[in-house]
Design a protein around this ligand. Structure first.
Ligand SMILES: *Cc1c(COP(=O)(O)O)cnc(C)c1O
Length: 358
């Protein structure tokens, strides 16, 4: 296990202090430049370990609103015995993300679904229940419904906490949230004993969980597109896990978790504020979490998770801040590579037929 962890998590997660009360925990120092590398790389190493003596290929099905697919693809790229099928919503991931998803080739196959992220997620869920598909393929999931992705995500809450202990303050984590895997991992860390004072579930106008925390009503809706597109999730799949961790007790959940959300315009204002006040460039997801830390008490230290490198959202970031940002080599080299994706409707029959004939 130690070997798996050391080889999977071979990049840092540094704390950057903006002032004495607000810190960024940068989770984008891995190969796909987003926090999902932690979960995806750990899961890939773990699976390779367990399948190394088997002969039937594992097919990993993953629905993505962007970064999950990229991290999973990068994590499993060229792994023997593993094939990855990625479903992403057509026109709803950034150009760069699409390049990251569709240019790897080898054991990574991309499907462009004419529909929303929720449609992609529904296709994956149906595939797992389909008898025929399951007799032909050995299917496995890599979405944050897979516990092997959540467990390693709890590591960096410890890592972030460790780096701020010297300040001797109560620690509040603000977590940019879409499917709520990241937040669930934080709650697991707390259950394991990490003395976090409070969590903030930060999101965009797909505010299903903030709404639940306020009213007690969980009301999933079709997702709405925003500039923080990795959080455009209308029916967060880890929500039941959170309920379960707290025995369905809303009061207990509220004790540990508050909701926060911003629309696109306020997200941009927040990016500008962080840049002007602290010379810090946030990506749109981190910018929402940053803004949620406005009203901390004097003995509190708020850590917002920077879930992606700002260059992954270069258009929004450059237009909003009116600056040029440096693009890491991992991204700039993608420009000339060719996109290879199979276009599909959101209809399950289409997807199944394609896989049965392949
Ligand atoms: C996936 C993602 C999120 C949301 O994480 P969940 O675990 O789905 O809540 C937030 N920000 C970025 C950049 C992401 O890629």
């Amino acid at each position: 296990m130690r070997d798996i962890v050391t080889s999977a998590i071979n990049f840092p997660a540094p704390i950057v202090m903006l002032n004495e009360h607000i810190a960024s925990l940068e989770l984008w120092h891995g190969p796909s430049l987003a926090f999902k590398d932690f979960g995806a790389r750990f899961m890939a190493s773990l699976m390779s370990y367990f399948i190394k003596d088997e002969n039937k290929t594992i097919t990993i099905l993953v629905a993505t609103s962007g970064d999950t697919g990229v991290a999973v693809a990068a994590g499993f790229y060229k792994t023997p015995g593993v094939e990855v099928i990625i479903l992403y919503p057509s026109g709803k991931v950034s150009e760069l993300q699409e390049k990251q998803l569709t240019t790897l080739g080898e054991n990574i196959k991309a499907f462009e679904v004419v529909g929303t992220f929720d449609d992609c997620q529904a296709l994956v869920k149906q595939a797992f229940l389909d008898k025929e598909l399951n007799s032909k393929y050995r299917l496995s999931s890599a979405n944050s419904i897979n516990i092997a992705r959540l467990i390693p995500q709890s590591f960096y809450f410890f890592e972030g906490y460790k780096q701020v202990m010297k300040h001797d303050k109560d620690v509040v984590f603000s977590v940019p949230s879409g499917n709520f895997g990241n937040l669930t991992a934080g709650l697991l860390a707390k259950k394991m004993g990490l003395p976090v004072k409070h969590f903030i579930a930060s999101t965009n106008i797909n505010k299903i969980v903030p709404h639940y925390l306020k009213t007690g009503i969980f009301d999933p809706k079709p997702s709405i597109s925003t500039i923080s597109n990795a959080m455009d999730v209308g029916n967060p799949s880890n929500f039941t896990r959170i309920l379960n961790l707290y025995d369905d007790n809303l009061q207990l959940i509220r004790h540990d978790v508050s909701g926060f959300y911003l629309n696109d315009e306020d997200t941009k204002k927040s990016m500008i504020e962080a840049y002007q006040k602290y010379d810090y460039v946030c990506d749109p997801h981190g910018a929402i979490a940053y803004q949620s830390l406005e009203n901390l008490k004097s003995n509190e230290l708020g850590i917002f998770l920077e879930t992606a490198h700002p260059a992954k959202f270069i258009d929004v970031v450059e237009q909003t801040l009116k600056i040029k940002i440096e693009v890491p080599a991992a991204l700039s080299s993608l420009a000339d590579k060719e996109k290879i994706a199979h276009k599909l409707s959101a209809d399950f029959e289409d997807f199944r037929d394609f896989l049965m004939e392949a």
